[in-house]
Design a protein around this ligand. Structure first.
Ligand code: MG
Ligand code: ZN
Length: 546
């Protein structure tokens, strides 16, 4: 601190203490620490190494998409943000899932895995969103998964299990956040919508502009869309409809843009400038949500989830995960732009947990050639290493992936006839869509666990390794035991990506907590916390500041 600043700080301290002594004008002296708006951004599965992947790509790649090489995370710190760390484990266990983790953040209390909005004893608890609502604030939930999926659900529902998404939809409607923008239409429409000759099917096709291939998951005839309309919600099913929703005419907006989750970020990036695109980006939804919520004089609470980081990580799909992190980056940059220069807004960015045990790693494969260095120490020998520490062009190759692993299998390989599903065919698809070519032999290894005719017809010897690779003892390393082709592909390219994945589920790695607002309110986040405590801090700051 220079001399001038030190004197200034001293003067302001004197100023504040005299106000405290005289005990009046408290409104004036606390102006600077009044928090009106709280924006909580959750990167699902976004452990420190996932943030590190984005950071490495921004700083070290040859041709970064981020021209300034500055991520939104780095920018947040440059602009006065603070950093804390938090343990994510659920009540009485080592690891968490998204349901317990979001619940802990939402209610500020320990919660058990797979439960929604209830404490560890099973009692429903008020979430930060409900508390905000009671304070007269506007409230919103934005997610690129489904609005009834665990992360948003925990802020507006109370259910014994995360899978009860039909019930969660009812709870969310009863809670009534002013803005809900996400996917998951299937839980909001009556079962009869599945009958394509029904009136409701025709009506929904019209309402959705034919943009959504919907399919109800409800087992009743409740039409939650018309119930929402009766509660004053405007509805939107396409980006155009969302953009048209007039904030002056409505304070409430329900946007459901996909039947289930959103497409992955590689598809989003590819379709970004497609005029036919109907699904808004996470940033577009965030912008719309803030535009509406900001009309409330009392301020707002908004939770934004970048939920597909987790899905990419479950499948150990590094390229898709990088694109998901870039989506998070774009959204966070938007929020930072919006909040620029305001000290009435608290922004907290964290993860619910880490997924996949991801990291760059060094190996003994492809050790680089010796290199001449100009330094005097290397006058008589060249620079050599015993290991390959990972060439930085790996980052560009990871970014250049053209299809997610899920799409490689579901959209391409699975569309082939049974007799076409050969290792050579899989190799061709993978080599067309990724920068890490595999051999036919590697493709065969990936397909070993497949229940497909190619192997039944006399290539059974290749299945010899099937059992050890998907046995329940190995369950740590895959997500779905019956669908682990993506994970097996990841294993085949791992060395060349300089990447390791420890599993296909979640780890208990502590996660980062970025906070930005004003100094008084962000100081408590510079801590080694647990997620219930982190939730409490957010609630306390919001309720203290009314
Ligand atoms: Mg989630
Ligand atoms: Zn997960």
């Amino acid at each position: 601190m220079n001399k001038f600043l030190r004197i200034f700080a001293l003067l302001s301290m004197v100023g504040f203490s005299s106000l405290t002594i005289y005990g009046n004008e408290t409104d004036n002296d606390t102006d600077s620490d009044k928090i009106k708006n709280v924006i909580l951004i959750i990167g699902d599965g976004m452990g420190p190494a996932q943030v590190g992947l984005l950071e490495a790509y921004a700083r070290q790649s040859k041709t970064p998409v981020l021209k300034t090489r500055t991520t939104a995370f780095k920018r947040m710190m440059n602009e006065g943000g603070v950093l804390g760390v938090s343990m994510t484990y659920a009540a009485n266990v080592l690891v968490t899932d998204s349901a317990a983790s979001a619940t802990q953040l939402a209610i500020g209390k320990p919660a058990k895995p797979e439960t929604i909005g209830v404490d560890s004893q099973g009692y429903p608890r008020e979430s930060v969103l409900v508390i905000a609502k009671k304070m007269g604030k506007a409230t919103g939930l934005v997610s690129d998964v489904r609005i009834t999926h665990s992360t948003p659900a925990a802020f507006a529902a109370h259910q014994p299990h995360r899978s009860l998404e039909n019930e969660i939809a009812l709870d969310m409607l009863a809670t009534g956040p002013d803005v809900m923008l996400s996917g998951g239409l299937r839980h909001w429409i009556p079962e009869q919508a599945n009958d394509h000759s029904s009136a409701i099917y025709k009506q929904l096709s019209q309402m959705t502009d034919g943009a959504i291939n919907f399919n109800s998951k409800r087992s009743d005839e409740r039409n939650l869309l018309s119930e929402a309309q009766q509660q004053g919600y405007q509805l939107a099913f396409t980006n155009k409809q969302m953009q048209k929703a007039n904030a002056k005419e409505t304070e409430k907006l329900l946007g459901l843009f996909t039947n289930s989750a959103f497409p992955d970020a590689i598809i989003t990036d590819r379709d970004r400038n497609n005029p036919e695109r109907t699904i808004p980006t996470l940033k577009e939804m965030t912008s719309k949500a803030i535009g509406i919520l900001d009309n409330n004089d009392q301020g707002f609470f908004l939770m934004i989830e970048s939920g597909l980081i987790d899905w990419a990580a479950h499948y150990n799909d590094t390229g898709t995960m990088l694109h998901e992190m870039l989506k998070m980056n774009e959204t966070l940059n938007y929020v930072l732009d919006w909040a620029n220069g305001r000290d009435d807004t608290l922004i907290v960015v964290t993860a619910d947990h880490e997924t996949g045990g991801f990291g760059f790693s060094y190996s003994g494969a492809d050790i680089p050639e010796p290199e001449d260095l100009p330094g005097s120490v290397f006058k008589n020998r060249s620079y050599t290493t015993n290991f390959n520490f990972g060439p930085t062009n790996v980052l560009d190759k990871i970014y250049q992936q053209k299809l997610s692993y899920t799409e490689i299998f579901s959209r391409k390989f699975d569309q082939l006839n049974a007799e076409q599903k050969t290792p050579a065919a899989l190799m061709a698809i993978i080599n067309q869509n990724t920068e890490f070519d595999i051999t036919e032999q590697q493709a065969a290894r990936i397909l070993e666990t497949e229940d497909n005719p190619y192997y039944v017809q006399g290539h059974k010897s290749l299945s010899a390794r099937r059992v050890p690779r998907i046995d329940a003892n190995d369950a740590f390393f895959v997500y779905h035991l019956d669908d682990n082709r993506q994970n097996l592909l990841a294993i085949e390219v791992a060395t060349r990506q300089s990447v390791v994945w420890s599993n296909g589920t979640h780890t208990a790695s502590p996660v980062l907590v970025f906070a930005k607002g004003n100094e008084q309110v962000t100081a408590p986040f510079v801590q080694f916390m647990g997620h219930p405590e982190l939730g409490q801090k957010i609630i306390k700051i919001m309720t203290d500041q009314k």
